[in-house]
Design a protein around this ligand. Structure first.
Ligand SMILES: NC(=O)c1ccc[n+]([C@@H]2O[C@H](COP(=O)([O-])OP(=O)(O)OC[C@H]3O[C@@H](n4cnc5c(N)ncnc54)[C@H](OP(=O)(O)O)[C@@H]3O)[C@@H](O)[C@H]2O)c1
Length: 241
């Protein structure tokens, strides 16, 4: 997947990492960038087309599918966080609604277009999908669920020519991480590394100094080995079926 000349859709595109993902796509020569936001957006570059897209709103998703002519790269970036200790079940529901069901619903809705373009899905997950950060326990659960979803979609969509990338982001300097007073990566660097990872075809992308040290261990580890083995069994199973 080379970004130049391609059409990209980014959710949560008005601020934080999503905003700079839009800029990075433009820098790399994207033909068109659909910027999904909950609030109206204007952008000086005529290649940017705003799309009203609350990822928890089925009517928004349907309207976005109708508005977007074609898409080569879907970046599921919209997300929310909350500090919690799992005592209030409503917090887990909120996290799942955006970080898991939002990702699932937007991805499912755009699948026909992604299959048509033999495109790519990249989901901004979190390093917390690999091991929870208990200060944001429900958030971690929702990100682990989204990661698992991407692993299945990777195997299911491989025969249709769609690649699936999971972005295992560490701490980035945005509104979301404002409560953490430790070193954070600049969003611009993260957006650059995300596009590098997509263009290289990395299944998991570790786009910042906090996540990068886990890349080799993940890629050569037993969990990734099990994912590959399960994907091979799935391919064999579906061919026989
Ligand atoms: N920052 C970090 O340290 C960090 C680390 C790991 C992973 N991530 C992941 O990176 C992604 C982007 O995070 P960020 O740091 O850029 O956060 P952010 O600055 O808080 O921005 C979050 C974005 O998501 C949008 N959003 C929230 N709920 C939405 C909904 N229901 N529908 C559509 N858009 C919605 C927000 O839109 P509004 O402006 O309308 O609220 C905003 O554009 C998230 O998935 C996050 O989990 C971030």
């Amino acid at each position: 997947m080379i970004t130049a000349g391609k059409t990209v859709l980014v959710t949560g595109a008005n601020r934080g990492i999503g905003k700079v993902l839009v800029e990075e796509a433009l820098k790399r020569g994207a033909k068109r960038v659909y910027a999904g936001t909950r609030q109206p957006l204007s952008h000086p570059d005529e290649r940017v087309t705003p799309v009203a897209l609350d990822v928890t709103d089925a009517a928004h998703i349907q309207a976005a599918v109708e508005q977007v002519e074609s898409v080569d790269l879907l970046i599921n970036n919209a997300g929310i966080v909350a500090y919690d200790d799992l005592t209030d079940p409503a917090v887990l529901d909120q996290m799942l609604a955006v970080n898991f069901y939002g990702v699932r619903d937007v991805t499912q809705a755009f699948l026909p277009k992604l299959i048509e373009s033999e495109g790519a899905i990249a989901t901004n997950i979190s390093l917390n999908a690999l091991a929870p950060f208990p200060v944001v326990a429900s958030y971690s659960v929702s990100k682990a669920a989204a990661f698992n979803l991407m692993q299945s979609l990777r195997a299911i969509l491989a025969p249709r020519g769609v690649s699936v990338h999971a972005i295992l982001t560490g701490l980035v300097d945005t509104d979301m991480s404002a409560g953490f007073d430790i070193e954070k990566a600049p969003p611009e660097l993260v957006a650059h590394s995300i596009f590098d990872g997509i263009e290289k075809g990395d299944e998991e992308i570790f786009p910042d100094p906090m996540s990068e040290p886990f890349a080799d261990g993940w890629r050569n580890g037993s969990s990734k080995g099990l994912e590959r083995q399960s994907a091979a069994m799935y391919a064999q199973f579906t061919q026989q079926g």
